[in-house]
Design a protein around this ligand. Structure first.
Ligand code: SF4
Length: 322
């Protein structure tokens, strides 16, 4: 039984089935479209590219996470309080949103509408990404159109399945100005599709998974002639850097497996290796954003300069042998 070649066709089929649940995406602007790069959105519609197997598997982590969260909500006995994949349609334009979880009441039964957007991550970020916030704000905006009255809020639930961590970024509310901006952006995307506007690139952390990155003007570098020895050194640096990145990734997952075995404190020597795990006590740190907002007079007085540095990036050119 050859599972590898089977996966080559089965994983894209799974991805198509999952996309089909959201209807024909070429017929409307969704909340993830509004929050993403206009150039990527435009090219996805006009020159659809099938992502490679690795990217499709990474995307499918999102569906796995949603199913897991739904099972948790059901096991926790709150099934009557929510619906999944709730579709919202703008009354005038082909603008839609699909809400991962829409709660109709709080856990104590108090009526409210609460949107939960699930994000599967590899490492919980300190702050929600701007695209996540925009996506949720667009959903809350369309929800407000359908429910002009009553309490309405939202949260982003980030889940790291590898690390076994989950974090709720809570407290989002309907924001008139932000929704108006996103509504205008959705209309801009419609104009791009109809050739009335040029779809501009906007860089973000999602560029890493973008199938249209290789000729993206935001990523394009000017052509130069490098001395052969410098080119060789830069290639060597790029190669070492990718080895280092692969090693970092592998170390991260090995670290988690070791910690699962040892717990937070462990000391031992086998015939081959010393294994020591110790815990560092939590510390308090000043929150610069809070300081800036709550004590604006004090903030400038506690600023100190930070030395700049030279950033070096060497990446292999697509298709070239390094
Ligand atoms: S690489 Fe980034 S900026 Fe360029 S099209 Fe893709 S997502 Fe947009």
């Amino acid at each position: 039984m050859n599972l590898s070649s089977f996966f080559e066709t089965a994983v894209p089929a799974l991805s198509r089935n999952k996309s089909a649940e959201l209807g024909d995406r070429t017929q409307y602007i969704g909340s993830s479209d509004v929050a993403s790069c206009a150039r990527k959105f435009y090219l996805q519609r006009k020159q659809p590219a099938t992502p490679n197997l690795s990217t499709l598997l990474k995307f499918s982590r999102g569906h796995v996470a949603e199913t897991l969260i739904e099972n948790i909500f059901v096991a926790g006995g709150v099934k009557p309080l929510f619906d999944t994949q709730v579709e919202l349609q703008h009354p005038e334009y082909p603008l839609k949103a699909h809400i991962d979880f829409l709660f109709y009441a709080d856990f104590d039964g108090t009526p409210e509408l609460h949107v939960v957007e699930v994000k599967s991550v590899n490492g919980i970020p300190d702050e929600p990404y701007p695209q996540w916030i925009d996506q949720l704000a667009y959903q809350l905006g369309l929800l407000r159109i359908h429910h002009p009255e009553g309490k309405l809020g939202g949260s982003i639930l980030a889940i790291d399945l590898n690390a076994g961590q989950v974090h709720q970024f809570n407290g989002f509310e309907y924001n008139d100005a932000l929704f108006n901006y996103l509504y205008c952006r959705a209309l801009y995307l419609l104009d791009c599709l109809e050739g009335r506007e040029e779809a501009q690139p906007s860089v973000s952390q999602t560029c890493a998974f973008c199938a249209y990155r290789y000729d993206c003007p935001a990523m394009t570098l000017p052509k130069v002639e490098l001395p052969p020895e410098i080119e060789m050194l830069a290639c060597k640096y790029a190669k070492l850097n990718s080895t280092k990145n692969r090693a970092d990734k592998e170390m991260k997952s090995i670290r988690q497996e070791l910690l699962d075995f040892t717990g937070p404190n462990f000391k031992g020597r086998s015939t081959k290796v010393d294994l020591v795990v110790s815990s560092v006590a939590p510390t308090m740190a000043v929150d610069p954003e809070m300081l800036k907002t709550q004590y604006p007079d004090v903030y400038p007085g506690v600023l100190k300069g930070r030395a700049g540095y030279t950033k070096l990036e060497c990446r292999p050119v697509k298709g070239a042998t390094v």
